[in-house]
Design a protein around this ligand. Structure first.
Ligand code: ADP
Ligand code: MG
Length: 478
């Protein structure tokens, strides 16, 4: 027969499963074992400290809702963590840690209940009894400039953002519109601007809000007859950051109220920062008068980062989490996941979770296994990045050296081979290949291809390079 902890946990799991992705559910919740239910205290066992920290940081709200749904408001959660016994290798022991009751500040998208401010103004963010300066900016401290790696993919947006951070409302970047595909850092960068402003101009009122939440608050204000309060509230902000403005598409009333708030703030020299998942020209369902306002300032896009930047991002993440990982594993991850940064981080986290769960070392074979699961069935396209990596490995060169201006024979040959294979195996133009190979022009690439073709016919040694690299490229592509 099932004990009460087990059946309670089963109900919790049903609820949890409905609220998160399949992948997260399997990774984080299936490995949990219910141990004991003591009155309103549920004790669950998690496989490692890493699991415990991860769950506390990312899923505690969900877990709390699930448990209080079953046990009522004052339900409590205690973790048992399986610890590796480092002295002898007998049975692992467990430690008990109560769930912290810290407010989950890290997630900027948590909704804040509507409160009534001291001055009687109903507004969605203010904390009762506190003045304007104490508005909670809803900024995530992890999304700082310091944690935002610079690369060719984000240079303009980042430096414009930094300028705005130093001098909000005082640059020509008003509004600053940051756009780009999912997972490329729009939310991160918009928080970074807010954090920078809070840091350098503590007197300014900064507010980050997603367009979705803004819309919801607006609808609520209509329902509660507090539209004026809503507008007033937003009009007293010094720096307004609205994330994912594409959400306003097709919502005329929301666009209308936003238009008025926008004009008011802009006239007063207040700063607006907006993000969108597409360029302004592609924002269908958005009123012309709003679109033309967006063009008053600067629109800057975020692109997919190149291999070097992806490696730097992974390194930075590992460093700030205090985790060490072999260079080859990091590189493997960075050149396998080319879609966006969120997926890159997702892959990294899965590897950490797997290694923690199964007490396995993080090495290339674990990484390969995980990546195969991740990027399954999508045959990896050979990219210029990938070709450069294979060539560098083959000649035991660093990527910097390959793409430098060095004229040393061995390096020149490696560089020419990378260009030759890029032309042969990708659809990139000569100009693009040159650009990615250290900013060379199309004529250099053309010359490289000709040289390689000549040398293959005349130089036996060189021919073997070409054959071996071809094999490696094919092999690793599988
Ligand atoms: P978007 O809002 O464009 O969908 P996010 O801002 O949520 O993307 O970024 C996705 C993830 O990638 C976040 O965890 C973020 O910290 C990380 N990230 C994005 N760009 C960078 C960067 N340049 N350096 C470091 N981390 C980044
Ligand atoms: Mg975002």
């Amino acid at each position: 027969m099932k004990n009460s902890a087990e059946s309670l946990w089963e109900s919790c799991l049903l609820f949890i499963k409905d609220n998160i992705s399949e992948q997260s559910y399997k990774t984080w919740f299936l490995p949990i074992k219910p141990i004991k239910l003591n009155g309103k205290v549920l004790n669950i066992q998690v496989p490692s400290k890493f699991f415990y920290e991860w769950i506390e940081e990312h899923y505690i709200k969900l877990l709390k809702s699930a448990i209080s749904k079953e046990l009522g408001e004052n339900a409590k959660l205690v973790y048992s963590i399986v610890m590796e016994n480092t002295y002898d290798n007998h049975t692992p022991y467990t430690v008990k840690i109560p769930s912290s009751n810290r407010p989950p500040i890290k997630n900027p998208n948590l909704s804040i209940p509507i409160e009534i401010a001291a001055n009687g103004l109903k507004n969605p963010f203010i904390i009762p009894g506190l003045k304007k300066v104490n508005i909670n900016s809803q900024l995530n401290p992890n999304y700082s400039f310091e944690n935002f790696i610079e690369g060719d993919c984000n240079r303009l947006a980042r430096s414009a953002g930094y300028a705005v951070g130093n001098n909000p409302g005082g640059t020509s970047f008003n509004p600053l519109l940051i756009y780009g595909g999912v997972g490329l850092g729009k939310t991160h960068l918009s928080h970074a601007i807010g954090i920078e402003i809070k840091d350098k101009h503590p007197d300014k009122t900064v507010l980050y809000v997603s367009a979705e939440k803004f819309t919801q608050q607006f609808i609520d204000s209509i329902r509660n007859n507090t539209r004026n309060d809503f507008v007033h509230f937003y009009q007293m902000i010094d720096v307004l950051v609205i994330d994912d403005v594409q959400f306003f598409a097709g919502k005329e009333k929301t666009q209308d109220v936003f238009f008025h708030i926008f004009n008011h703030l802009h006239q007063q020299g207040k700063q607006l920062v907006l993000t969108s998942d597409r360029a302004p020209v592609d924002l269908q369902g958005m009123e012309q008068r709003l679109l033309s306002r967006f063009k008053w300032g600067l629109s800057a896009d975020l692109q997919i980062p190149n291999l070097q930047t992806r490696i730097s991002i992974l390194k930075k993440k590992l460093y700030s989490d205090g985790i060490e990982m072999q260079k080859e594993v990091i590189e493997y991850l960075a050149y396998s996941i080319t879609t966006n940064i969120r997926e890159l981080e997702g892959a990294l986290i899965s590897i950490l979770a797997q290694s923690s769960l199964n007490k396995r070392d993080i090495n290339l074979s674990l990484a390969k296994e995980m990546i195969d699961r991740f990027v399954k069935n999508t045959k990896r396209e050979v990219s210029i990045d990938f070709i450069q990596k294979v060539v560098c490995d083959y000649f035991d060169l660093s990527l910097e050296l390959l793409n430098s201006t060095t004229r040393k024979r061995r390096i020149v040959q490696a560089r020419q081979l990378a260009m030759f294979f890029s032309k042969k195996l990708t659809k990139s133009s000569l100009a693009n290949i040159g650009n990615q190979c250290g900013g060379k022009d199309h004529a250099t690439v053309l010359h490289a291809c000709k040289t390689v073709n000549n040398l293959v016919d005349t130089d036996k040694q060189f021919r073997s390079y070409v054959d071996e690299i071809s094999k490696k490229l094919e092999l690793q592509q599988l």
